[in-house]
Design a protein around this ligand. Sequence first.
Ligand code: IMP
Length: 434
Amino acid sequence: MDLSNLGTTCVIGLFWGDEGKGKIVDVLTEYADVVVRYNGGANAGHTVVIEGERFALHLLPSGSLHGGKTGVIGPGVALDPAVLLEEIDHLRGRGIDLTDRLKISKRCHVVMPYHKAEDRLNEQVLTGKDKIGTTARGIGPCYADKMQRSSAVRFCDLFNPNEFRERLGRIVRRKQAVFAALYENPEPLDAEAIADQYLRYADQLRNYLCDTTSYLQHCLQHGRKLLFEGAHGTLLDIDHGTYPYVTSSSSSALGVPSGAGVPPSAVQSYVGVVKAYTTRVGQGPFPTELFDENGERIRERGHEYGTTTGRPRRCGWFDAVAGRYSVQMGGIGHVAVMHLDTLSGFDRLSICTAYTVDGKRLDEFPAEVDVLERVKPIYESLPGWSEDLTSVRTFEDLPQAARDYVLRIEELIGATVSIVSVGPERSQTIFRNG
Ligand code: IMP
């Protein structure tokens, strides 16, 4: 695979997030000038390991770790200034300075303290199937206010202090009334204190404020190469995911133009990222979930614990029905299969090729969440391999069973597997030709 030929590229998760996009973005950043986050907020967690050093980022584009590259936070992002400042400071402490190479869209919506409170309180009062199992980062309530409009705050609003104070006063009065009606003992909200705090954040972030839409237009006109970094995954997309067990942003390939502020034609290649198995955190249907020692073994070998919340991830076999759905929806040309090394040591591996429901075969990923909860996977069993893969560097050097496993995934989801990852390090990446 010739990475330098991909043009303006987007990296997108094809399942429920945590596929390992951070590492692929990191690898592809070398060929890009500008790396753009365009959706979600601090609910995302991207882990990158560089020369043994582990970086966990929530809001900053992973590409920001590379000197000389510009990071952009686009208008579709829910911006939590407290988290962002912490990340900027943390990187500065580790010798990575973002001055002059981070641009934040004036149009971003801002996550406020009452959004986080609402996210948490909501999850406390909801029971059973109504619970979403959110990350409690305030993302859903922030996007809900964006849609509601009169109670939203955008990044540019923080630079108009008088207007912001007045508006925030009105918003906080309404929030307090709603909280008092819905929740037991909600913590009090102090509009003045919140305004002071957010105006201080604005001062610290002033140098990064940018009309990123114009900036990206300018980059495109001058042939600068952009890399779009998707957060979460296609099956968590608000319109196309396993609704209502989804996040609140457009986290499939379809969200790029809108969230970044670029024309659809600007994206030349989509690289979809999957794991060699499937994981999910939070509530929601997961047809191939394993409740036995195989699931436990994948979790332990793959270190499947959330970057953002530390929650153990639910683990299961590879679901090719879901993979095919995401590939087709996103027009995905290249696929990266991550964590192939995690599957070493299983006698046999299973891939879900179709579902059955009510005695009927189902080859398509269903829209109805209750159907997805009832489907039974039809599995194909493949031989496993015992070899450690972590030092393999070419596709041809993988054991035959591992190659066959990857090729079967490729065939079933209908997109070329161009990248295979066999460990967290940048060097543990196999690029496949043809
Ligand atoms: P929210 O995005 O915090 O509202 O959470 C909604 C659902 O999306 C929950 O099931 C979360 O666990 C899940 N979710 C959100 N972001 C991520 C992510 O980056 N990786 C995996 N799951 C996520």
